[in-house]
Write a protein that binds this ligand. Structure first.
Ligand SMILES: [Zn+2]
Length: 297
């Protein structure tokens, strides 16, 4: 189904959270879409900087919007973290349903100015815009300093631009492989008091399960998950290659890793939506054992 309205805002206003998953190919895009269909919930397929470097925005837009159109639930196609305004415009023109302008490294004034320009461009095509304030560190780059989102600046972005969603830095950290991060709810509450926009939490793979549950009761519309799916895929692929060193068929090697992505995505969607996690029994009918048996036939 088309992402025909602002499901993120609707979620934030009604105590739900829409998951955004970073995807890197058609296999994981389909796996995430299947998980969302199984759960009956909207989902966002997100294309990050590395993915746009590997394949241009036009190709991603066509590929992912065709997957979204065939889905049984609303599937958004989102450009994640982009500070290149040319790429943002190309994504808007190529079927993306939302784009993120990341001006977090700029002065507030410059960030606000370009955020507004991008919001105007996006809205003219019916596309939503995510802004960012503060800086969410990347653990894999050795970044340790968290620059928290300023509530005053959040109020400014909310009242002085037409941005639709705001990514905030409230203790969250990108690319953690364990759920060790705790959210600073006092900063989050200060932001929410003065900012009407649905907020977005990046680096959700590393947020403690308890805090993820608490965040559902805040004005959070979207949580981004990348590392948890990437790790599920690569751990499973490593195992497949060790178990079947003679195998050269990519489709066979990818079958189990893609099933693991679907299971992890379903588990996260279940957690956010408060529905029972039946992923082990329902998602990816080609589970490890069945898949292995199939491969030997
Ligand atoms: Zn991010």
């Amino acid at each position: 189904m088309r992402w025909d309205r602002d499901y993120v805002k609707e979620a934030a206003d009604s105590g739900r959270v829409i998951p955004g998953f970073n995807i890197f190919g058609y296999e994981d895009a389909l796996a995430v879409t299947r998980a969302a269909e199984e759960a009956g919930c909207p989902v966002l397929l997100m294309v990050n900087r590395g993915a746009v470097d590997a394949m241009d925005a036009e190709c991603w837009g066509k590929l992912l919007s065709s997957i979204a159109q065939r889905a049984a639930v609303p599937v958004g196609v989102h450009l994640d973290h982009c500070s290149d305004t040319d790429i943002i415009r190309r994504a808007v023109d190529s079927g993306f349903s939302s784009v993120m302008y990341d001006g977090s490294k700029l002065s507030f004034e410059k960030n606000r100015e370009i955020t507004q320009q991008m919001a105007e461009y996006a809205h003219a095509c019916g596309v939503l815009l995510e802004a960012e304030l503060g800086q969410v560190p990347y653990s894999d780059l050795g970044e340790t300093e968290i620059r928290y989102t300023s509530p005053e600046e959040a109020a400014g972005i909310s009242s002085e631009t037409e941005a639709d969603w705001l990514a905030v830095s409230v203790g969250n950290v990108h690319r953690l492989v364990d759920r060790t991060v705790t959210i600073d709810f006092s900063v989050l509450h200060q932001i929410q008091k003065v900012c009407r926009l649905p907020l977005v939490i990046h680096g959700s793979s590393g947020v403690s399960s308890g805090d993820i549950k608490r965040l559902k009761h805040e004005h959070i519309g979207k949580m981004n998950f990348g590392t948890v799916l990437r790790k599920a895929f690569s751990d499973a692929l490593r195992m497949e290659m060790q178990e079947h060193p003679e195998e050269f068929d990519r489709l066979k090697l990818f079958a189990y890793p893609v099933t693991r992505v679907e299971q992890e995505a379903y588990q996260i969607i279940s957690m956010l939506q408060g529905i029972p996690d039946l992923s082990r029994g329902k998602c990816g009918e080609g589970g490890k054992n069945e898949n292995s048996a199939e491969r030997t036939v």
